[in-house]
Design a protein around this ligand. Structure first.
Ligand code: ZN
Length: 212
C-alpha cells in the first residue's frame, strides 16, 4: 500500500518514465492526444514507482496535463497550483458529487468544466484527499454515470465498478461528449494492460491482486 515511496533497487532494468521493464516499455507506443479539458492529476506519492499506476500512463498520453504529487515528505503539495485553474472540478464519487453528463446544468456542463482534477491514489487515500486536503475538498465534485465494470485488472478496488484513473478519465470524456478522445484513452489503457500483463508473465486477468 502506501509504504513504497522509493524505487525498488531490485528492478534495475525498469524504464524510469513508465516504470515497466525496459523490454516492455510503453513510452512511444501510447496514443498522444490533446485533452479537451485541462486534466490535473493529483497523485499520491506512493503511486510514483508502481507499474500498475495509470495516472502516469494518462500523463504520457495527454499533451496538456499537469501532474502534482501529494504526500511527499520532502516537498509539500503545491496547493497554490490549483488556483491556476479557476473552473475546476474534482472527479471523485463523494456524496456531494454531481453526475457528469453533457446535459447537466451549469456549472457542471461540458462548456463550463475547464479543468478536471483526478485523484490518483488507492481508494482509501483518495477518500482522505477528497475530505482532508482543503484545496481539493473545497472544490465542486463530479462523478461518472454508471457504466461497465473496470477492465484494469492490476489493482484491487472496493467494488467492480471502481475504475482506475485512466478509465475514469476516459469515461468522463465520454460522458461529456468527447467520444473520440475517450476511444483513444481506452486504446491506451488496453495497450498498457497488455504490456503489463506480459511483463508479469500473465496472459489473462487472473491473480493480479498482489502487485508491487
Ligand atoms: Zn518507458
Amino acid at each position: 500500500m502506501g509504504h513504497h515511496h522509493k524505487p525498488k533497487q531490485s528492478y534495475p532494468s525498469r524504464c524510469h518514465e513508465c516504470w515497466l521493464h525496459t523490454d516492455y516499455c510503453l513510452c512511444g507506443i501510447l496514443p498522444r492526444l490533446w485533452s479537451p479539458l485541462k486534466i490535473v492529476i493529483i497523485r499520491h506519492v506512493s503511486e510514483r514507482y508502481r507499474s500498475s499506476n495509470t495516472g502516469r500512463v494518462l500523463g504520457a498520453m495527454l499533451e496538456n496535463c499537469v501532474l502534482l504529487d501529494l504526500g511527499d515528505k520532502h516537498s509539500p503539495f503545491p496547493a497554490d497550483r490549483l488556483l491556476e485553474f479557476p473552473e475546476s472540478q474534482v472527479l471523485y464519487p463523494s456524496p456531494k458529487a454531481s453526475r457528469l453528463t453533457p446535459q447537466t446544468p451549469v456549472p457542471f456542463s461540458r462548456d463550463t468544466c475547464r479543468t478536471l482534477i483526478v485523484l490518483d491514489a488507492t481508494w482509501r487515500q483518495a477518500r482522505r484527499i477528497s475530505r482532508r486536503v482543503p484545496s481539493v475538498a473545497s472544490l465542486p465534485f463530479v462523478t461518472l454515470p454508471s457504466g461497465p465494470p473496470s477492465s484494469w485488472p492490476l489493482r484491487s478496488s472496493p467494488t467492480p465498478d471502481s475504475l482506475c484513473t485512466l478509465e475514469a478519465v476516459g469515461r468522463a470524456f465520454d460522458a461529456l461528449g468527447f467520444h473520440q478522445e475517450s476511444l483513444l484513452i481506452d486504446q491506451g489503457m488496453r495497450t498498457a494492460r497488455e504490456r503489463l500483463l506480459r511483463m508479469r508473465g500473465l496472459s489473462n486477468h487472473s491473480s493480479l491482486e498482489s502487485c508491487p
